[in-house]
Design a protein. Structure first.
Length: 455
């Protein structure tokens, strides 16, 4: 039985009927938003790994399966560009962010920004994050239907304010809430149907206002970060930019806004999905908890990296629920993928999500089975691009280690303080109008950890 009609498919449930045939103009968009995985599976079955679709008012070439994704991500003949691809989706709101730069310019900026993610810097971020993670969950009130998604979203935003921006000490009263909202507005612009900033009440109109507010906020804070650098990401970026002489103040701000975007929803989504999977599999929850209870309340980077069971769980969760199911590109010259021609100017959507579910590469792909990543199985080695939640090639996620650190710190704090469960037959209604998130907030039955564990 395939993903298309398997009733056991849990999170990305297939739609009741192909919406595309009924609504030819918006159809491709609605079909995707309704059920990305089933849409990809249907498309792969009916049209193969390279096919045309209409999405958000444009014609795209869809690349599905690891062979096709690999060609675009490795980009050996430099036929695919990120800026004009992602730019179409996220508009001008993440302008000049690293992911939207290409070729020589991208190489230059990436080289500089890597310095903000060296091992000593990451150890510093861990020191700053650990106590804040612990403090953030300390005021959670356990409940039989505790909506974990909004709670985690608020928590990771607070963490970003501290660890990315260096705290709120320079903010005016109420400003942090405005900054958070501005940032959310920018992210939500991605799938706005009206793609113009002229109308203030549309998603794009709100995002344009949000972008201005973020720029103004960061510009005001920049001199203080430069004069008194801390162990936050904003300070690190100012320092590496100044040392290289290669990034001016405008671009420090552009990169900061992009980093906030790249980090926030992806990490929230990952942690939410880990809570969901561990709420269904109590044996794995207990196994992970045992390792976490051996750590103190402020684990170091090395200690977090030593949580081997949590590592397997995170990998398996990212396989089943990758926060970025589709990557955008545009062909900058005529090219071809697996024998199918792609004309210059064509938008291209690289769709790694289906690769994570293909029975050619994974045993029983719909089952949550973290051991498939263990040293003696390593199913992810079945194809170089079978598992690609962080992308691949020169644009591979720069924040991968940071994302691992933050996600595992949050999970480890939850495991040390709470136990939780979700009913086995429950699958959250996923919204896919930006990065995937549970429309019902993902209620879990959250309880304080029994004293037997703590003692
Ligand atoms: C689990 C969480 C995360 C996931 C799944 C994720 C996924 C991705 C993916 C798929 C890409 C490649 C996009 C493309 O090729 O078009 C990417 C790029 C990027 N990510 Fe992440 N990301 C995560 C967290 C983070 C965090 C926490 C940061 C920063 C602290 C970050 C910073 C970046 C940057 C700067 C890029 C652009 C790299 C480049 O173009 O050279 N990400 N991420």
């Amino acid at each position: 039985m395939s993903i298309i009609d398997d009733p056991r498919e849990r999170v990305y449930r297939p739609g009741p009927a192909p919406l595309r045939s009924r609504l030819p103009v918006l159809g491709g968009t609605l079909e995707y938003v309704h059920s990305p995985l089933a849409t990809m599976a249907r498309r792969y079955r009916d049209h193969g790994p390279v096919s045309e679709l209409s999405f958000l008012g444009a014609t795209w070439t869809a690349l599905i399966g690891p062979d096709a994704c690999q060609i675009a991500l490795q980009n050996a003949d430099k036929a695919f560009a990120n800026g004009p691809g992602w730019g179409y989706l996220v508009g001008p709101f993440f302008d000049r962010g690293l992911m939207l730069l290409d070729f020589t310019e991208h190489h230059h900026y990436r080289h500089i920004m890597q310095e903000a993610f060296t091992r000593p810097r990451l150890e510093g971020y861990a020191r700053r994050l650990a106590p804040l993670v612990e403090k953030g969950i300390s005021d959670w009130t356990p409940d039989r239907a505790f909506e974990i998604y909004p709670a985690l979203k608020a928590h990771t935003l607070d963490l970003a304010t501290e660890v990315f921006m260096g705290g709120a000490e320079y903010a005016r009263p109420g400003e942090i809430e405005q900054v958070n909202q501005a940032f959310v507005d920018c992210v939500q612009a991605a799938n706005g149907y009206v793609r113009s900033t002229a109308l203030p009440f549309t998603k794009w109109g709100r995002a344009a206002r949000g972008r201005r507010l973020l720029e103004e906020f960061l510009r005001r804070h920049l001199p203080a970060r430069r004069a008194n650098p801390g162990d936050d990401l904003f300070s690190a970026l100012c320092q590496v930019a100044d040392a290289s002489g290669g990034i001016d103040d405008d671009d420090i701000i552009n990169q900061m806004i992009f980093l906030l975007m790249a980090a926030h929803d992806t990490t929230t989504s990952t942690v939410t999905s880990m809570v969901y999977e561990l709420g269904r599999d109590l044996e794995w929850q207990e196994r992970c908890r045992r390792q976490c209870l051996e750590l103190g309340p402020s684990p170091t980077l090395a200690e977090v990296e030593g949580l081997s069971d949590l590592d397997l769980v995170m990998k398996e969760t990212l396989r089943l629920h990758p926060p970025v199911p589709v990557l955008a590109r545009r062909a900058v010259k005529d090219t071809e993928v697996l024998g199918v021609k792609i004309p210059e100017g064509r938008l291209v959507s690289v769709m790694p999500l289906l690769s994570h579910h293909m029975p050619e590469y994974w045993t029983q792909p719909e089952i949550f089975d973290p051991e498939r990543f263990s040293a003696d199985r390593r199913e992810d080695k079945s194809h170089r691009y079978a598992w690609e939640p962080f992308g691949g090639g020169v644009h591979k996620c720069l924040g991968m280690i940071f994302a691992n650190l933050e996600s595992k710190l949050v999970l480890s704090a939850l495991l040390r303080h709470f136990e939780w469960s979700v009913p086995l037959d429950y699958a959250p209604p996923m919204k896919n109008d930006s990065l995937p998130y549970p429309g019902d907030g993902l209620p879990v039955s959250l309880r304080p950890l029994a004293p037997a564990h703590v003692g």
